[in-house]
Design a protein around this ligand. Sequence first.
Ligand code: 5GP
Length: 204
Amino acid sequence: MTFGTAVILSGPSGVGKSTLISRVRRELPELEFSVSCTTRAPRPGEIDHVHYHFLSEEEFSSRLEQREFIEHAGVFARRYGTLRAEVMDRVRAGRDVILDIDVQGALQIREAARNDLQLAAVAEFVFVAPPSLEELERRLRGRGTESEEQIRLRLGQARKELSFWRRYDYLLINHDVEYTAVEMVGLIRAFRLKSSRQPEELFS
Ligand code: 5GP
């Protein structure tokens, strides 16, 4: 049995990560999505346990105390975290999983991987950037889901997040989501071909 890949995808809010993930999963239906926990309220159309596990502050704190998170962070005054089980159970069973998490969370996973060889072997870090900050603002406004205050907050945060792109192994610039999805599918297929992922006893 070979381990699956944990694709850690970050990029500023509004860059198109969710659309990208759904396009990629259409092409690679076996790629599973790591459902994060959050204390923010669901947006219209978001389903509990599908898009997020929507938790109260108390539930989040209790899971944190139980050390259930592989990483967690405060984003836009709300808490977000990835359950260790969402990722490790799948990759250990040979399945691929994609995480949509912010830069703070991705860097925590990188740090954790320094002392966890299993995690280091499966994690691949991919950053998605917009063609420009102006284009990002246009997309955030076009989405129409955030208040003016939230848009300003997200744009300020986007500038900070963009400065971390070099900490990732791969950079995708999302000019066109269909094209970027093709690039991402190519990356994920290449991850599966890594010689370090193949069973030791393959030709013995
Ligand atoms: P949104 O509220 O728009 O769904 O997500 C806001 C930000 O939180 C996005 O940048 C998203 O990548 C990030 N995020 C979502 N889930 C997690 C998580 O489990 N951990 C961390 N660190 N960030 C997350």
